[in-house]
Design a protein around this ligand. Structure first.
Ligand SMILES: [Ca+2]
Ligand SMILES: [Ca+2]
Ligand SMILES: [Ca+2]
Length: 142
């Protein structure tokens, strides 16, 4: 009977430790000691991106790019080999990104914030059509 008890305790311990470990991974507390491979996974968040469109309503026939975060650019004059300053007319925010856009370079001028999964087909509605000159892609949904 003693042997069975020890066996049960071992099983309970395994489940408990397993649950504890799972929680730790989900929470992803930065203070936890984590290996280099886990750190890489945290940095490359496949859902952290923004798609920028030169035309309205996500027109794929005109220039459009997907930028992966975390990212920031004080100027859009050479974004993926193209001058995007004062050109963006619509955008789509990825599931785990928050986007900050600015009417002027160096994160100045009027600022607008777009939350995860937001689709803006007409930046004109925010008086920001063809008027964004700097951008930040933050990797956390707000
Ligand atoms: Ca077009
Ligand atoms: Ca445009
Ligand atoms: Ca501008």
């Amino acid at each position: 009977m003693k042997y069975v008890h020890i066996l049960l305790i071992t099983v309970y311990l395994t489940i408990f430790v397993g649950m504890g470990f799972g929680q730790e991974v989900r929470m992803g507390t930065p203070n936890n000691v984590i290996g280099p491979s886990e750190m890489e996974v945290e940095v490359v968040d496949q859902n952290c991106w923004v798609e920028l469109y030169e035309d309205t309503e996500f027109d794929v026939d005109d220039p459009h790019i997907r930028i992966k975060g975390p990212f920031e650019a004080g100027s859009l004059e050479a974004l993926a080999g193209q001058d995007w300053s004062d050109e963006i007319e619509s955008l789509i925010v990825g599931p785990s990104a928050t986007i900050f856009v600015y009417k002027d370079p160096s994160f100045s001028g009027t600022e607008a914030v777009f939350v995860a999964n937001q689709k803006v087909g007409e930046l004109a509605e925010l008086n920001m059509s063809d008027d964004i000159e700097s951008i930040k892609v933050q990797c956390s949904a707000m």
